[in-house]
Design a protein. Structure first.
Length: 65
């Protein structure tokens, strides 16, 4: 069943592929920064948090059907 917008028009959920594709830029940026080296514990924590956000979005793409 499709959700409806405030105007009553059905909203079509993006496909799983579209939702996963939306994470490509974030993942590319994360990998690029990792290749530059981890500068310390705070940087590691920041990168880990970003990885967690990306992972959550990827899993969510499959679970929100």
């Amino acid at each position: 069943m499709h959700a409806r917008s405030a105007s009553g028009v059905p909203r079509v959920r993006p496909s799983v592929a579209t939702l996963v594709d939306r994470q490509i830029d974030a993942l590319d940026a994360l990998v690029s920064e990792l290749r530059g080296g981890i500068r310390g514990p705070a940087h590691f924590d920041e990168l880990e948090a970003r990885a967690h956000e990306i992972g959550t979005a990827l899993v969510g793409a499959f679970r929100a059907r």
